[in-house]
Write a protein that binds this ligand. Structure first.
Ligand SMILES: [Zn+2]
Length: 293
């Protein structure tokens, strides 16, 4: 089916009390792996394409491939620009057929974050495209160092979040409640009290970044407290690297002419299994039928 907006994706997720995984597409193997898992488990999916990864591939190539894969399937799929940092990249995504853009102005002074996010909302909504904003700062360094930790001083402030959502018109809000990108330093501890208050006060669905490394209980509690989209990438990368190492070390396939293809087949399977495991935890299995075709 054609791609759907993030607003439509998350409205159904919230009503059905499940979370939808947002998995990063970085090449065709990853995208195939995500679709394999979604088809097998009849799950809705969000494909993330991150601005920090644009040094590795073209945004338009990835968008075309995801659009094709979605149209050839019966799955509800949203294509989201992950951590859009600059206006030119946001514009490219709006032109390339993305159905959602995340604008990450969380590093900006508050007033400037509001001003720039509102501008993105105006441009996106005119095209029927959703916008995710972020307030507070999720720990870690996406696309940078692998290990990260969250800083309590940068957790999302509830009163400011109410003002931010109202002033910008965003469709979903990424919150900072102790979550962190990459691998967690130590055991992650989420501030569920803060999440409960945010959920009560926010008119829009909430988003959790830094999904790799959280426990099943963390995810399920988060979803029960209004998290509808969960970003997951580091765990996929680890699965891909493990599968690649096993393929390279396997004498059986190393003797074959198509050693590379056999190895990448394992990567696709490994990533697909990592994605499927998250779908089960997020409760999105068999939820594709909740979306109108
Ligand atoms: Zn993120």
């Amino acid at each position: 089916m054609p791609l759907i907006s993030l607003a439509d994706m998350l409205k159904t997720a919230r009503a059905g009390k499940f979370g939808v995984g947002a998995f990063n597409g970085v090449d065709s193997h990853y995208i195939d792996a995500i679709f394999d898992a979604a088809k097998r488990l009849s799950s809705p999916i969000i494909i993330n394409v991150a601005e920090v990864h644009l040094k590795f591939f073209e945004l338009e190539d990835m968008a075309a491939y995801v659009r094709y894969k979605a149209s050839a399937s019966n799955l509800p799929v949203t294509l989201n620009l992950d951590h859009g940092l600059t206006m030119p990249t946001v514009m490219r995504a709006l032109e390339a057929g993305f159905t959602s853009v995340m604008f990450d102005g969380s590093h900006l002074p508050y007033e400037e974050n509001v001003r720039q996010t509102a501008e993105v909302v105006k441009l996106a909504h005119a095209r029927g495209i959703s916008v995710e904003g972020e307030l507070g700062a999720v720990g870690g360094d996406e696309g940078g160092n692998l290990e990260g930790a969250a800083d309590v001083a940068l957790y999302t402030d509830t009163e400011q979040a109410v003002d931010y959502v109202r002033s910008t018109g965003i469709d979903a809000l990424a919150v900072a409640i102790g979550n962190s990108h990459g691998k967690y330093k130590g055991v992650p501890k989420l501030d569920f009290d803060r999440l409960a208050v945010l959920n009560q006060r926010m008119p829009v669905p909430l988003v959790l970044h830094g999904g790799s490394g959280l426990s099943v209980d963390d995810f399920q509690r988060s979803i029960s407290l209004g998290i509808a989209k969960i970003n997951f990438f580091t765990g996929m990368s680890q699965a891909a690297l493990d599968a690649m190492a096993s393929g390279l070390a396997d004498d059986e396939i190393a003797r074959k002419y198509d050693h590379y293809l056999f190895t990448m087949q394992r990567v696709r399977k490994g990533v697909s299994e990592a994605v499927a495991e998250q779908m089960r935890i997020f409760g999105s299995v068999d939820k594709a039928s909740h979306y109108a075709a």
